[in-house]
Design a binder for this molecule. Structure first.
Ligand code: APR
Length: 268
């Protein structure tokens, strides 16, 4: 790490890409790691538009369960370290695949949410987008303070039986509204992808933190940065397809590596 700190303190343009691994220590399951969500649930039944059309109740039950988990979770030292790191660099962009909003809660400002935000709403029929506040009004079960007021058992025993009659209906077109996340087979928000690509191709230092680096187009961002001459760093307890392309690899958790690194960087 010493060598990386030496290099990093003389650079200006930094991009950090995060995935589910950074929120694992906040109690939010990853997708493909041990106990990952996709080892327990079938994504084609829960995270595609076709699944939503087939069984919107099942899809909303699953997303409310995840929203409940996230609403009752807090940022961990890994999230806070990145918020602090942002203030050390003149050009810093945090690109996250996570939909949990924990980076923003930890104080990060310059964020691109590539896969959306689970507390927002998106009508796939007319394209209307609902901010977190608008969606909590349209669909009170999605309100964070409501989700913090019920236990998981109460969610399943009291909320789920009421769900069929209370699914969110679009104010503009009257169709059912889905969660504000990017499902498999859907386009990423163009502006988000464009700013992530632009920053990656201009980066001098690129961190890949807590991602299995298999889902496109996010998994291409580190390679875009590498091709443009950036130093590539991976923080992940496990090997990924990206590891061999990295200049530095830290087989550690995000919450253990990032605070130490940022502390060493800021004490220089
Ligand atoms: N710190 C750092 N990395 C960790 C930690 C931790 N505490 N715990 C697990 N990891 C690593 C795992 O080793 C794994 O490589 O985080 C990675 C998580 O990978 P995935 O579960 O595949 O999550 P992610 O890469 O974010 O998935 C990308 O796929 O399912 C879709 O839309 C979803 O955004 C998601 C996308």
């Amino acid at each position: 790490m010493e060598r990386l700190v030496e290099l990093a303190k003389n650079l200006d343009r930094v991009v950090v890409l995060t995935g589910a691994g950074i929120s694992a220590e906040s109690g939010i399951p990853t997708f493909r790691g041990k106990d990952g969500l996709w080892n327990r649930y079938n994504p084609t039944e829960l995270a595609t538009f076709e699944a939503f059309e087939r069984d919107p109740l099942l899809v909303w039950q699953w997303y409310l369960w995840r929203m409940h988990l996230i609403a009752n979770a807090s940022p961990n030292p890994g999230h806070y370290a990145l918020a602090r790191m942002e203030r050390l660099y003149p050009s810093f962009l945090l690109v996250t695949q996570n939909v949990d909003g924990l980076h923003r809660e930890a104080g990060s400002k310059n964020i691109v949410e590539l896969h959306g935000n689970i507390f927002e709403g998106k009508c796939r029929y007319c394209g209307k987008h609902y901010s977190e506040r608008e969606f909590a009004e349209l669909f009170p079960f999605a309100d964070k303070s409501f989700l913090r007021s019920v236990t998981e058992q109460e969610l399943k025993e009291r909320v789920f039986p009421e769900l069929r009659r209370n699914l969110p209906v679009c104010k503009r077109c009257g169709e059912l509204v889905g969660p504000g996340v990017v499902w498999f087979g859907e386009e990423l928000p163009p502006a988000a992808l464009e700013s992530a690509l632009r920053a990656s191709s201009a980066a001098e230092l690129f961190f890949s933190v807590g991602t299995s680096a298999v889902v496109q187009p996010a998994a291409s961002l580190p390679l875009v940065a590498k091709r443009s001459g950036a130093i590539l760093v991976e923080v992940n307890p496990e090997e990924t397809p990206l590891s061999a392309r990295c200049d530095f690899v830290f087989r550690e958790s995000a919450a253990s590596f990032l605070p130490r690194f940022v502390e060493a960087l800021s004490s220089r």
